[in-house]
Design a protein around this ligand. Structure first.
Ligand code: M6R
Length: 600
């Protein structure tokens, strides 16, 4: 969702800000803007649409060495010039960028600034006007900013410029992500280390409701009472090339291709010196103590959780429920006596999942976050973290995070099974090696997936994905992938469920993609395919070696049946990619979507 960058140093800020914003494009946005301050003035440039528009609009002569920038994903007010950030106070003394949602902005507006004419529909403008209001009451900028922070309810990451001070960016956050990057003779702020990785890899985490003064040669962190807080920096383990597309046309394609490498990294990261699978013993203890696991996640991560449940129950022997976070938070089921909550989130920032974590922590329940982003909010706030080691995922459509999540859940279940002396019948390490090789085979077969996309989806208005058992979970993910990037209305169904209603939608030529990788349901899923074919559907069956039948569209290499989701999903990711590509759509940045969903 919204992204923030800021720079203070001795270089021209404009270019650094625009480059940083481009690196944040993947988070999703519909307008963007920057503000830079030179010796005399603050110049604000904003544009609806892409950063490229903002580049065209911004004056080449803008000279400031201090600046803030923002990509906005509309929450309060439509995407427009007026609603884009940065926002300014009436006198234009203060300029602000904001990521998040202020819940009490109307109340604050009515209490403190009823006379002020607001030019936008945003909650952000209220914040910057409040800073001016308190400054006009005689407070210095730090005091006014601190006062405003103490009044705000909701989520925010803020960067504030004062036109009377060329030496400071005022920064604070609550629930929304924001980091300070430490440079040599300069400092930066960014929603995500990736945005500024070209200029520095040293970062300081910020905690909620701290007041941070970012200056050229120092960063001062204070609590709300004004006490200085010492904080070490850390080195972000991101390669600058991770933020580039390299030889690929799209990040999504690059990330699909990166899955074998991600698998290898995971296998390595969760092995001990003897070559056995292993992880933090405190995590294993917490899983062993739990009488029930509750997996909480959204979207693709939820789909990975559905697969992970199978491992946790079958191998580790712990009853497991999987819940959509946005529902769970408002409709919590009766919990078991010793629950363990597992939060699955690529970004580690999903607000819906965080809202559940806040509640379950209040209730005193243990938590584990499985995420791709070290230091993310869900990682910091849970008792434990397991990292995905997938490398930054930039395309909005999640691909390598899904397979990494499933692999880490499988390893977790396996190490817990071993710790409990349970026999799983699966030698996971060699099986994951086979999975890796199978993924490579499918990635090499990308032209075949392109052909399937052309044959089955080129003119389709809708499509169905069906499967049984584990294949059902993968069909949900396949449908999500297709709909989010190709805008073809797609649904995933349990093969046996279609005839209870949905089969009424099958018409002549409706594409139905069926997964057949599970021996115990192979005959029944094929029976379901026959049912839809009898109603005019065009079927495409993706099966597995050993279970294939004549006429199957694609046969994946043989892997352990419980691990097929790691492999069969690659075919669906590629088919979706090519379906969107052939419709000439913006594959990496589909409409209306954000990579990191930081509002509930
Ligand atoms: O960062 P998270 O994994 O928590 O994000 C959850 C969903 O928003 C995400 O998985 C979304 O469904 C994918 N981008 C879809 O490809």
């Amino acid at each position: 969702m919204c992204g923030i960058v800021g720079y203070i140093g001795y270089e021209k800020a404009k270019e650094i800000l625009l480059n940083g914003l481009e690196k944040l494009e993947y988070r999703g946005y519909d307008s963007a803007g920057i503000a830079t301050r030179d010796d005399n003035d603050v110049t604000v440039t904003k544009a609806k649409g892409r950063i490229a528009e903002l580049r065209k609009t911004s004056d080449n002569d803008i000279d400031g060495q201090v600046g803030i920038g923002h990509t906005r994903w509309a929450t309060h007010g439509v995407p427009s010039y007026e609603n884009s950030h940065p926002h300014q106070s009436t006198s234009e003394r203060f300029t602000l960028v904001h990521n998040g949602v202020i819940e009490n902005y109307e109340e604050l507006r009515d209490t403190y600034i009823p006379e002020v004419t607001l030019v936008s529909d945003t909650d952000t403008e209220v914040i910057v006007q409040l800073v001016e209001y308190f400054a006009n009451q005689g407070m210095n900028t730090e005091e006014a900013f601190t006062k405003v922070i103490s009044l705000l309810h909701g989520s925010y990451a803020l960067g504030l410029l004062d036109s009377e001070d060329n030496d400071t960016i005022y920064v604070a956050k609550n629930k929304s992500p924001l980091l300070v990057g430490i440079g040599d003779n300069f400092n930066v702020i960014a929603s995500d280390a990736l945005a500024m990785i070209q200029v520095t890899s040293e970062y300081k985490e910020l905690k909620d409701q701290e007041i941070v003064l970012v200056q050229r040669d120092k960063v001062t962190i204070k609590d709300l009472a004004g006490n200085i807080v010492e904080r070490d920096s850390y080195t972000a383990e991101i390669d600058a090339s991770d933020a580039e597309k390299g030889v690929y046309d799209h990040y999504m394609l690059k990330e699909i291709h990166e899955q074998p490498a991600a698998m290898r990294r995971i296998i390595q990261a969760y092995q001990d010196e003897q070559g056995n699978l292993s992880m933090d013993s405190n995590i294993i203890e917490d899983v062993k103590k739990a009488d029930r696991i509750y997996i909480i996640a959204a979207g693709t991560s939820y789909h990975a959780g559905l697969v992970g449940k199978e491992y946790l129950e079958k191998w580790a022997g712990v009853p497991t429920e999987v819940h959509v976070s946005s529902e769970f938070v408002y409709n919590m089921p009766l919990l078991s006596e010793r629950p363990l909550f597992i939060y699955i989130s690529q970004s580690g920032e999903t607000a819906d999942s965080r809202a559940v974590l806040v509640e379950t922590t209040k209730l005193g329940h243990r938590s584990l976050t499985i995420t791709n982003v070290a230091g993310s909010t869900l990682s910091r706030e849970a008792d434990h973290t397991l990292l995905l080691h997938a490398g930054p995922e930039i395309a909005v459509a999640s691909t390598k995070a899904y397979t990494a999540q499933i692999a880490v859940l499988a390893i977790l279940a396996q190490v817990v099974a071993e710790a409990r002396g349970r026999e799983t019948g699966v030698d996971l390490l060699p099986e994951l090696a086979k999975v890796t090789a199978a993924i490579e085979t499918i990635v090499d077969d990308a032209p075949k997936m392109e052909q399937i996309a052309k044959d089955f989806l080129e003119t389709a208005r809708n499509a169905f994905f069906i499967g049984r058992a584990l294949d059902y979970h993968v069909s949900l993910e396949g449908a999500l992938k297709l709909k989010e990037i190709s805008y073809i209305q797609a649904e995933g169904f349990a093969g046996g469920e279609l005839k209870h209603g949905t089969i009424a939608l099958i018409e002549d030529g409706t594409p139905v993609i069926a997964l057949a990788t599970q021996s115990h349901v192979n005959l029944s899923i094929r029976g379901n395919v026959n049912e839809v074919v009898a109603r005019g559907a065009r079927p495409s069956i993706i099966s597995m070696e050993g279970l294939e039948k004549e006429g199957d569209t694609y046969v994946i290499p043989h892997v352990h049946e419980l691990l097929t989701p790691l492999v069969s999903v690659i075919t669906l990711q590629l088919i979706s990619y090519y379906a969107a590509l052939h419709r000439d759509l913006d594959v990496d940045k589909p409409r209306n979507l954000a990579k990191s969903v930081t509002v509930e």
